[in-house]
Design a protein around this ligand. Structure first.
Ligand code: ADP
Ligand code: MG
Length: 256
C-alpha cells in the first residue's frame, strides 16, 4: 500500500531578536529542531528562554532573522506555503481557554479554522467529531465561553486545534495552571491523539514530569539556545546542564 511520508516541520538555525541596540533581546539563537508526525518532542526551559518565540517561528507567525523553517522540505515563505503548512500544523496557545471568543458559540469557533483553511467535507460533522475527541457532546455546540466550565473551555480550545485534522500539533504550556485532574485529562487526550492517531507533537512546558509523560525526547532551552537535548528519562535522571538540573529540582515543588 502506498504510504505518505510522515509530515515534518523543520527549523534550521533559527534566530530571532526583538528590539535594537542596547535594548535588543535575542529570544531564539541558532536553534535546530525537527517535529515529525508520529513523534513527540518536548521543549523545556525557564520563563523567558524563548519557548513561545520558537513556536511562533515554527508556525510562520514570526519570521526568523536568520535560519529557516521547512514543512515537508519546502521553505515556509509566502502566504501559499504558510497556508499549506497551517492546514497540517496546528497549535494550542498558552492559556487556551482565554483564547476563545466569548461572543461566539462553540460551533462557530470550531467552524472558523475549517473555513479559513478551506477544508473540504461536512464541516458540522468535523466539528462534532473534534468535540467527541475531547469528550464533549453535541449539546455543547450552541454554548458560549461563559456557559462552559474552565475544563470544558480548555477542551474546546483543543478541539479547535484538532478540527482540521492536523498531522502536527504545537502546544504551548497546554497544561500550565490547570488543576491536577484537568492536567491529567489534557495529557491523556494528547497522548491518545499521539499514540492512536499518530499526531506529531511539540509539547512546550516548564513542567518536566508532564513532558516525560508524553515525550520520549526533549530539548532544553536557555536564553534562546538549546543547552541540552536527549531522551526525557535521561534528562530527568542525569541532567548535565545546570539549567536542566534547575528544572529537575523544581519538579517536586511544581507538583506539590
Ligand atoms: P518563554 O515562552 O520561554 O517564556 P518567550 O519566547 O516568550 O519565552 O520570550 C523570550 C524572550 O524574548 C524574553 O526575554 C521576552 O521578553 C522576549 N520577547 C518575546 N516576545 C517579544 C516581543 N514581541 N517583543 C519584545 N520582546 C519579546
Ligand atoms: Mg511562553
Amino acid at each position: 500500500m502506498w504510504q505518505a511520508e510522515p509530515a515534518t516541520l523543520h527549523g534550521v538555525g533559527l534566530t530571532r531578536t526583538y528590539g535594537t541596540g542596547s535594548g535588543a533581546v535575542a529570544a531564539v539563537r541558532g536553534v535546530d529542531v525537527a517535529v515529525r508526525e508520529g513523534e513527540a518532542l518536548g521543549v523545556v526551559g525557564p520563563s523567558g528562554s524563548g519557548k513561545s518565540t520558537l513556536l511562533s517561528l515554527l508556525l510562520g507567525v514570526e519570521r526568523p532573522d536568520r535560519g529557516e523553517v521547512l514543512f515537508d522540505g519546502v521553505p515556509l515563505i509566502g502566504r501559499r506555503q504558510i497556508r499549506r503548512a497551517r492546514q497540517a500544523v496546528q497549535y494550542i496557545p498558552q492559556d487556551p481557554a482565554s483564547s476563545l471568543d466569548p461572543r461566539r458559540s462553540v460551533e462557530r469557533q470550531l467552524r472558523e479554522p475549517l473555513r479559513r483553511f478551506r477544508i473540504p467535507g461536512d464541516h458540522l460533522r468535523l466539528v462534532r467529531d473534534a468535540l467527541a475527541q475531547v469528550g464533549l457532546g453535541a449539546d455543547h455546540l450552541g454554548r458560549r465561553a461563559h456557559e462552559l466550565s474552565g475544563g470544558q473551555a480548555q477542551r474546546v480550545a483543543i478541539a479547535r486545534a484538532l478540527v482540521t485534522r492536523p498531522r502536527i500539533l504545537l502546544a504551548d504550556e497546554a497544561v500550565s495552571g490547570l488543576d491536577l485532574p484537568l492536567r491529567n485529562q489534557v495529557l491523556d487526550l494528547l497522548e491518545d491523539q499521539h499514540v492512536r492517531g499518530g499526531l506529531g507533537l511539540l509539547f512546550i512546558s516548564h513542567d518536566l514530569t508532564a513532558v516525560r509523560s508524553l515525550c520520549g525526547r526533549a530539548l532544553v532551552l536557555d536564553h534562546g539556545q538549546v543547552v541540552e537535548e536527549g531522551p526525557t528519562d535521561r534528562l530527568l535522571e542525569t541532567p548535565r546542564h545546570p539549567t536542566t538540573q534547575e528544572l529537575v529540582d523544581a519538579v517536586p515543588r511544581l507538583s506539590a
